[in-house]
Design a protein. Structure first.
Length: 134
């Protein structure tokens, strides 16, 4: 079998002893990255919200509070996510790859994930507290 220019017989671009040269890192499009984080965050939030709400429906039967939490999901979380994404949608193609946006991206990503994971449990605690008052 003939050898390739890099010295192997399989047509691969590198071997364990002689790895292929790494390509330059692709620039990060902050618009796509924040949109992906929002999409996954909303999926996690929705899953947790349903899980926590269903548990409360069993515990707090006869009350509308768990359903109110689901209304908050639709009525408050999605518009809030769009407001967070608005800055990133306004970026032009030059600024969408600007490394100077990294700190704001990190802040917004932390907000997204703290809300996605924390809000379902916070809403559950509020619903339990309100139910205990009645």
């Amino acid at each position: 079998m003939p050898m390739t220019p890099n010295g192997n017989r399989h047509g691969r671009t590198g071997t364990a002893l002689h790895p292929a040269p790494r390509r330059a890192a692709q620039p990060r499009d902050w618009r796509k990255r924040i949109s992906d984080n929002l999409a996954y965050g909303l999926l996690v939030y929705t899953g947790l919200q349903i899980f926590v709400t269903m548990k409360q429906l069993k515990e707090l039967s006869g009350t509308m509070l768990p359903y109110m939490a689901l209304i908050v999901l639709v009525g408050g979380i999605i518009p809030a996510a769009r407001m967070l994404e608005r800055h990133w949608d306004k970026l032009d193609d030059i600024h969408a790859f600007d490394p100077a946006e990294a700190p704001r991206f990190a802040r917004d990503r932390a907000i997204i994930w703290a809300a996605a994971i924390g809000l379902p449990f916070l809403l559950a605690l509020i619903a339990k507290a309100l139910h205990s008052l009645t």
